[in-house]
Design a protein around this ligand. Structure first.
Ligand SMILES: Cc1ncc(COP(=O)(O)O)c(C=O)c1O
Length: 377
């Protein structure tokens, strides 16, 4: 058991004030009456699902979304009573867990709907579900024809309550808005089909963070922001975005220091060779913690407010950085992988640029071994 006095050489800090700021900036851009379902899958994009959910719910967020039943159960076991929507695929073997933890499934496959309806037949009131339509993502969801068939044939199970109707935008952050406009046109058609058959669906939703900000017409009655809550976005530069603050910072401490001589190599496979006497600091964080191996000989960390380049291959539990130019670097000194130090800052976007990915992946691969600290300023 960790106590407050346990020394943690490596940890992530989650700034709940920044999270609340991002939520409020995002909410300011919503049309009146549009509600927010915050997306806290993948351990809230690495920020810690339980604490993040609690902080968001304290701000009046009325429902949260995760991908798997297991993620939903973890939240329930932590005492979260708000509605939890399970965005991921559903299997009949999961019905018992779904019901016993009062999780709201997204039904995205026509074949499972009657089975779920049958399984819910013992309840006194219809069990809430959201129905997903594929309008162009090419992933989960009913086709338009399947929706027409379901509602046209009046076979929607009476044991289920159609609380939500949703789709997912594939290219909200793409260069060309056309694909999104087409998806929205299709979705509006589907909404028309469903409502023409007498269904009044309280929650209609299509937009992730980028979709909601760039296409206000995609807001409907609910939006599903994830990344913007955590302080990042992938929208083109031409789109005005809310003022966002990165929520997570990641730090470690110098564990060892040594000087390697010209010609000496550092780390596996000898991909870094010192060309002069080089001061190398060993940091206790590696790819098992989410520090991509693509950062080998490429990424930087901040020590004493200065950039220390990663030297050699990233190991599972450690990286080595070149601190030759950082006078006075000493064992125990802080090294910042994501966050500010002195006048400099490294963001998850910087790391994503170094490794050819997106901030989403950088954040949600920060491993379970890293303790998360929560603070409000
Ligand atoms: C179905 C669905 N909705 C919403 C989101 C949130 O997206 P974003 O993090 O871009 O806001 C995701 C994330 O991938 C998703 O899969």
């Amino acid at each position: 058991m960790l106590t407050t006095s346990t020394f943690l050489p490596t940890s992530a800090t989650i700034d709940l004030t920044a999270l609340v700021h991002n939520l409020s900036q995002f909410r300011n851009r919503l049309v009146p009456g549009c509600d927010v379902m915050t997306v806290i899958k993948a351990n809230a994009y690495g920020h810690g699902a339980v604490e993040t959910a609690k902080a968001l719910i304290r701000q009046g967020v009325s429902r949260v979304a995760v991908v798997s039943i297991e993620e939903g159960i973890t939240l329930r076991q932590a005492g979260i009573n708000a509605p939890i929507v399970i965005l991921g695929p559903l299997f009949p073997e999961q019905f018992t867990d779904l019901f016993s933890h009062q999780l709201t499934p997204v039904v995205s496959d026509a074949a499972i709907l009657p089975k779920l309806g049958q399984a819910a037949s013992s309840f006194q009131t219809p069990y809430p579900i959201h129905l997903k339509v594929d309008t162009g993502m090419g992933r989960l969801g009913f086709t338009q024809e399947e929706v027409a068939q379901l509602f046209g044939s009046k076979t929607f199970p009476r044991t289920l309550h159609l609380e939500g109707l949703m789709t997912h935008l594939a290219d909200a952050d793409g260069a060309d808005p056309d694909a999104t406009q087409k998806q929205l046109t299709q979705f509006r058609h589907v909404i028309g089909l469903v409502t023409a058959n007498g269904f009044r669906v309280p929650l209609i939703h299509a937009a992730n963070s980028g979709g909601a900000i760039r296409f206000p017409e995609a807001q409907f009655s609910l939006v599903r922001p994830g990344i913007m809550l955590y302080g990042y976005h992938t929208l083109p530069k031409s789109v005005p975005v809310p003022d966002l603050k990165p929520v997570l910072s990641l730090r470690t401490s110098i564990a060892q220091l040594r000087t390697v001589q010209p010609g000496q190599k550092v780390s596996y496979n000898g991909t870094f060779t010192a060309t002069q006497a080089t001061r190398i600091a060993v940091l206790p964080i590696g790819y098992a913690d989410g520090i991509s191996r693509h950062l080998s000989n490429r990424g930087h960390v901040l020590i004493h407010g200065q950039r220390a380049p990663i030297a050699g291959l990233v190991c599972m539990d450690m990286i080595m950085v070149d601190v030759t130019k950082i006078a006075g670097a000493a064992i125990g000194d802080e090294a910042v992988l994501i966050g500010s130090q002195g006048a400099d800052r490294i963001t998850a976007d910087d790391i994503a640029n170094w490794t050819g990915t997106i901030a989403y992946e950088v954040l949600c691969t920060i491993g379970p071994r890293i303790p998360r600290h929560y603070h409000s300023s």
